[in-house]
Every structure is written in C-alpha cells, then in structure tokens.
Design a protein around this ligand. Structure first.
Ligand SMILES: NC(=O)c1ccc[n+]([C@@H]2O[C@H](COP(=O)([O-])OP(=O)(O)OC[C@H]3O[C@@H](n4cnc5c(N)ncnc54)[C@H](OP(=O)(O)O)[C@@H]3O)[C@@H](O)[C@H]2O)c1
Length: 340
C-alpha cells in the first residue's frame, strides 16, 4: 500500500449533460469536480496524463447501440494512460505507467482488471493510445493484415486517411507493396499524406470530385478500399472498383451523428458487377492478433519507419471541444487531450 491518505485529491471529469441530437456540441457535456474519498480496498488510483479522443465515442453518447453507452451524468468513456499515484491492491506500485479505460477525467479510481502495465522507457506514454492503441494502430494493423490483405501492386484507397487509424493503415499498405491513395479533407492533410507519409496520391474530398479523381488515378480500378467514413465517399469508391476488389468497413464516421438514418451505400450493386466483397471488422474480433500487432508496431515506431502525428489539446476542459474538432476534420493523426 503506497497511497498518501493525508492528501486531498480533486478529480475533474467530463460528464454527459444531455444526449446530442446530431452533432455532439460542447453544451452536451459538463465539467464536474469532486474530492475523492479514501481509496477502498483493492483499488488503484491513477493520475491520467493523456485521454484518447475517438470517433467511436460519438456512438457511445446514444441511448443504445453497438458500443458501451454513457448514461446522463456519467463520466465519458475513454481510453487513457497515466501513472499510479496510490494503491490498495497488491502488486501495483506508485509511479507505474498504466493504460486502460480511465475515462475523460484527471484522476481515475479503478480495479486492477481495468488497467494494464505499460513500458514507456522506449516510446512515449502517449504512443500507447496512438500507434500502439487498440482502437488506433492495432485496428489499422488488424484491418490490413487480417482483413484487407493488400498485395504488391494493388491500388489501395483509404478514407479519413490523415486521421489516427487511416494514416497507419495507409502506411502499412504501402509497406506491403500497394500503391496507396488517401482521401482526406483540406490541403494541409493532402500535403501531409504525400510529403510526410509517402502516399502515392491523395484526394481532397472537400474540394475535388472523388469519383472523377479516382477515374484519373486508378483507371483500372481500386483493388482494396479501407473505409473509415461511409456515405458519399464509400459510394464514389464502389463506383470505381476493379474486378475482385475488397472493400473493408472499418468505420463510417460520416454517419455517427444520425445513426437512425444511415445513408447508403447506393452503389452496392457494383459488388455484384465486379465480383467483389465487402467485409466489416472490429479489432476485438481478432484477440489473438493484438499481441503480434502491438509488437510489430512498436518495432516500427522505435526504428522510426512508422510516422504518427499526434494532435494534443491541453487541459481536461477541452475534451468537448476536441470531440467537435475531430468531427469537423480538424485533427492530423491521433487526437489526444492532455489531462494533467
Ligand atoms: N473497426 C474498428 O475496430 C475500429 C476501431 C477504432 C476506430 N474505428 C473507426 O475508424 C475511423 C477513424 O477513427 P479515428 O478514431 O482514427 O478518427 P480520425 O480518423 O483520427 O478522425 C476522424 C476523421 O474523420 C474525418 N471525418 C469526419 N467527419 C467526416 C465526414 N462527414 N465525412 C468524411 N470524413 C469525415 C475527418 O477527417 P477529414 O478531414 O479527412 O474529413 C476526421 O479527422 C472511424 O470510423 C472509427 O469509428 C474502427
């Protein structure tokens, strides 16, 4: 036991104030401060340093659905990393770096099964939410190596290409020998994809006609599409599939604000015409691949062959703004909030 019981500790947390109707605007959240009670038996107290901001969080703010749900007045569910500041649980020492579902708050009080030890001696702590994060780098690795499986010479297209998952998926496909085309919004992202990530081409869907650009860039069709956004972008790529193409549904962020009225895909008959497949996945469908994915991603991170930009907003109070920033396409790479 190493917790200093004499110290008063205040936790600042972001709670759901009301369910968003469409966009999750900052008024849907409130900031609450609470003095923490003495640590009960078999608990670990963690000072949260970084909080992961994820597209999937938007779906947790609904009343029901695929992901775990956040109740009104409850702390927003989020992955986080930090250091142990107190423990009444055997084997957990003060100072240990940990990762887990710590929530959007500055101090998390958890049971040992909610956290895992991490080693931040070779890579920064934040990398455990980015390149090494389950819903980020690991998702990209599993989506590419276990589902999409691009082959050398394949034309590989990825949407939300400059985001956390998309930027890593594109880099892995490139390593595997594919010709990689990214779709993203705005010139800053297009420059980043080509100059920093080494993509072969990029399409600015906010300022260009995706269908027309794909016809120019992939006249013989797209072999693999790794989709993170759904909606009109999915339709445009379906229109440009090669024979025996593979469409992998990783996510559909363009639909998350109104999941009761999901639109498209209206061009799905192209799958029949082009003898193609569409397959969805979640990274937790491949539990046996999480270890190998993490090990290989860490190797690439340490040897410098994998790039992941991080965009960090400072201060727990900025969490609501961060979620809105992501849905407005502001972030390059992994979006994080620095809690403490
Ligand atoms: N299958 C799984 O296991 C799994 C796990 C984690 C995440 N995911 C999915 O992966 C996708 C990416 O998630 P992430 O956390 O890495 O987020 P991210 O890509 O870092 O950020 C989301 C990006 O989506 C784009 N976007 C937002 N609204 C859009 C719209 N209406 N149309 C087109 N693009 C839009 C924005 O970039 P632009 O500027 O390019 O618009 C934004 O930056 C999400 O669909 C998420 O649900 C799946």
């Amino acid at each position: 036991m190493c917790y200093d019981f004499a110290m008063t500790i205040t936790n600042t947390r972001i709670v759901l104030a009301k369910r968003p109707v469409d966009e999750a605007t900052p008024d849907c959240f409130s900031i609450e401060r609470e003095e923490l009670a003495e640590l009960p038996d078999n608990q670990v107290r963690v000072a949260v340093e970084y909080i992961s901001v994820d597209a999937g969080t938007r779906t947790m703010l609904r009343g029901e659905g695929f992901h775990h749900q956040v109740g009104i007045g409850d702390t927003i569910l989020a992955g986080g990393v930090g250091h142990v500041i107190g423990s009444t649980a055997e084997g957990w020492r003060k100072g240990q770096a940990v990762r887990g579902g710590l929530g959007a708050q500055t101090i998390a009080t958890v049971t040992p099964d909610q956290i895992e030890r991490i080693d931040d001696s070779e890579v920064p702590l934040s990398a455990y939410l980015g390149v090494l994060g389950g819903s980020t780098g690991v998702t990209a690795w599993i989506g590419i190596r276990r589902v999409a499986k691009p082959q050398p010479g394949d034309i590989f297209v990825v949407s939300a290409a400059a985001g956390a998952v998309g930027s890593i998926a594109g880099q892995i496909a490139k390593r595997d020998g594919a010709r990689v085309i990214g779709i993203a919004g705005g010139s800053r992202k297009i420059t980043y994809l080509i100059d920093d990530l080494g993509f072969d081409a990029a399409i600015d869907y906010k300022n260009e006609d995706v269908n027309e650009r794909l016809r120019e860039l992939a006249p013989n069709g797209v072999n693999v599409f790794f989709d993170n956004v759904g909606g009109p972008i999915l339709d445009a790529v379906l229109d440009n599939l090669a024979m025996r193409a593979r469409v992998v549904i990783c996510g559909a962020i363009s639909q998350y604000d109104d999941l009761d009225n999901v639109t498209g895909p209206s061009s799905y008959l192209r799958l029949a015409e082009r003898h193609s497949t569409m397959e969805g996945f979640a990274y937790f469908h491949f539990p046996e691949s999480i270890g190998p994915a993490t090990a290989e991603l860490k190797e690439w991170l340490v040897d410098g062959s994998l790039v992941l930009a991080e965009e960090v907003l400072e201060g727990i109070e900025r969490y609501p703004e961060a979620l809105q920033f992501m849905f407005n396409g502001g972030n390059l790479g992994k979006l994080l909030v620095k809690a403490g």
